[in-house]
Design a protein around this ligand. Structure first.
Ligand SMILES: [Zn+2]
Length: 347
């Protein structure tokens, strides 16, 4: 078992141990920060003293080819290790699927973002390594929250992605189902600071990573879509500068916001419906490269499922995450509608 960590780079170590490592490290850095490594891709930093009772989870590479968030996490991890970033918040970094990073693919055998909240062990069970890894990751998040100092604490999880296709909104957040709780002004303000002014509200439980943190730990958690998928080294990091700056602020200062929520600067969408592929012959009636949030008119044919056309029900119904090649029974696209921010139940 590895008990000391002095490698140059944590991401590199993670990629060399793509399905996990036999490692248990607890080391104090020169500035008093404690670094714990629980697995490849799993590192916790605890400041010597904290300014807020705050636990932050930053995850990337749930989809292995979504490189920009991996580069952001790599930079943050290394600047904490070097002491360049003065840490005041307790943080867990998760590099979820290093094997998929190594082959430059979304996943190796199965889409990991459909495997949380126990879905990894349902159906045929733990039959592939992504399922095993998803289960292990759930355990690390549990361990992180349960080993926090006692008392009332704020829990925040950003699961960071980039989208496969173009989007009418370059950056947007998915606000997972809150189990009926009102949405939080503070969280919407934090999203605006992250350079994410577009929020899609989910209306039911899912097997995504972010909903797992909401549902099991009462965390505020979001799936962040931060732009379009690009290979390593080809991301224009300027486009992520504000996002990275705000993540740095969360780590150094904490989750406070100034002033009131400017609701008119937000664009909110709600899920209209989920369209599943139910037949072998399923096709979409728009080009492969259609941008996320492209609106359609009532009556437009969105897809054909077997012999049945699927129409837009309402003017402005917009498509998001379309993928005709999903397994039968799975979601082929979502449709969404804009709603006025004033209509949101907010606290
Ligand atoms: Zn993704």
């Amino acid at each position: 078992m590895i008990t000391e960590f002095s490698e140059q780079n944590f991401l590199e170590f993670t990629r060399e141990n793509e399905w996990g490592a036999d490692i248990q490290v607890e080391q104090q850095l020169a500035n008093g920060v404690t670094m714990q490594i629980w697995d490849s891709g799993v590192v916790v930093f605890t400041p010597a003293t904290e300014t807020h009772a705050f636990d932050l989870v930053l995850s990337c590479a749930v989809h292995g080819d979504e490189t920009a968030p991996i580069e952001i996490c790599d930079e943050l991890i290394e600047s904490i290790r070097s002491g360049e970033l003065t840490l005041n918040s307790r943080v867990l970094f998760l590099i979820a699927n290093p094997a998929a990073i190594n082959i430059g693919k979304r996943f190796v055998e199965e889409n990991m973002n459909r495997l949380f909240s126990g879905a990894h062990s349902k159906g045929e069970g733990l039959v592939n390594r992504e399922r095993v890894r998803a289960k292990a990751i759930e355990g690390y998040v549990r361990q992180f929250f349960s080993t926090a100092p006692a008392g009332e604490r704020q829990r925040l999880h950003y699961d960071m992605h980039t989208a496969i296709r173009d989007s009418k909104h370059e950056k947007f957040a998915v606000y997972p189902y809150t189990n009926g709780a009102p949405y939080k002004k503070q969280q919407l303000q934090l999203l605006q600071l992250l350079d994410v002014p577009v929020v899609l509200l989910h209306d039911g439980p899912t097997t995504t990573f972010s909903y797992f943190s909401v549902n099991e730990f009462g965390a505020d958690a979001f799936t962040l879509e931060l732009g379009k998928v690009k290979p390593f080294g080809e991301n224009d990091m300027q486009r992520f500068a504000k996002t990275k700056q705000q993540l740095t602020r969360l780590l150094t200062v904490g989750p406070m916001v100034d002033g009131e929520l400017q609701a008119d600067a937000l664009q909110i969408y709600k899920v209209q419906r989920s369209i599943n592929r139910n037949h072998e012959n399923f096709r979409l009636h728009f080009p492969d490269n259609v941008a996320n949030f492209t609106p359609f008119n009532k009556g437009d044919v969105l897809a054909t499922d077997g012999e049945e056309p699927v129409h837009a029900n309402i003017d402005g119904e917009a498509v998001i995450f379309p993928n005709a090649n999903v397994a039968i029974g799975q979601r082929a696209l979502l449709t969404v509608m804009p709603i006025p921010a004033e209509q949101l139940p907010l606290v």
